[in-house]
Write a protein that binds this ligand. Structure first.
Ligand SMILES: [Zn+2]
Length: 204
């Protein structure tokens, strides 16, 4: 648990598939919360119910299967959620080929309709005076976004400290990944990095 300015709380969950990470962001001043990526549904719901929260937003760092596989169960419990992703991410939420779930044990096609596209520099208000800002960081996937929230940066699989960025999956691009890494290093200056996988685990 990390406390930011004594108001924001961020809960990290390490998921069962490929040790991808989900983060739950909430404020002591509100019962709304936002989620970064959506893996195992049970730990998310346990935390959300324990803290009497409701989920408003889901921000996707990218739409690979291991970062979205809980999205439909989350939608069943919180049908008013808005999902935020890049333009390609929106396509991939509705294509099990593009989100790669077709090649794993379960096919994921998002059942919800409320998907908002975020472009470079777009900000979304989470709480009073608290904004999350998206930056486009393609290379690992065309849908890759990083999110800056005060002194935290959520980097997904576009930058995992100590790990090489995976670029050999569909829509991966090594050159784009390298320039995204340079961009992220600048964005991350003075910030704490919260990556898309637990370190020393496989990233996809
Ligand atoms: Zn990935």
């Amino acid at each position: 648990m990390i406390h930011l300015k004594k108001i924001l709380n961020i809960k990290k969950i390490i998921n069962s598939i490929f040790s991808s990470c989900t983060y739950i962001i909430h404020s002591e001043l509100s019962n709304c919360c936002s989620i970064i990526d959506c893996g195992d549904i049970n730990p998310i719901c346990e935390y959300v119910y324990e803290n009497s929260l409701k989920v408003d937003n889901v921000f996707l760092t990218h739409t690979h299967f291991d970062h979205i596989y809980g999205i439909n169960e989350l939608y069943d419990r919180f049908p008013k959620i808005t999902v935020y992703t890049a333009e390609y991410g929106k396509e991939a939420l509705y294509s099990d080929k593009k989100n790669l779930s077709k090649y794993y044990e379960q096919s994921i096609i998002f059942k919800g309709k409320t998907v908002e596209i975020l472009n470079e520099g777009n900000s979304v208000k989470l709480f009073d005076n608290t904004f999350l800002t998206a930056y486009e960081t393609p290379g690992h996937c065309s849908s890759s976004l990083v999110y800056v929230l005060e002194e935290i940066i959520f980097t997904g699989d576009a930058f995992i400290p100590g790990k090489k960025v995976v670029t050999n999956l569909p829509k991966g691009d090594k050159m784009l990944a390298n320039s995204s890494i340079e961009k992220i290093k600048i964005l991350a200056m003075g910030k704490r990095i919260m990556a898309g996988h637990s370190v020393n685990m496989n990233s996809r």
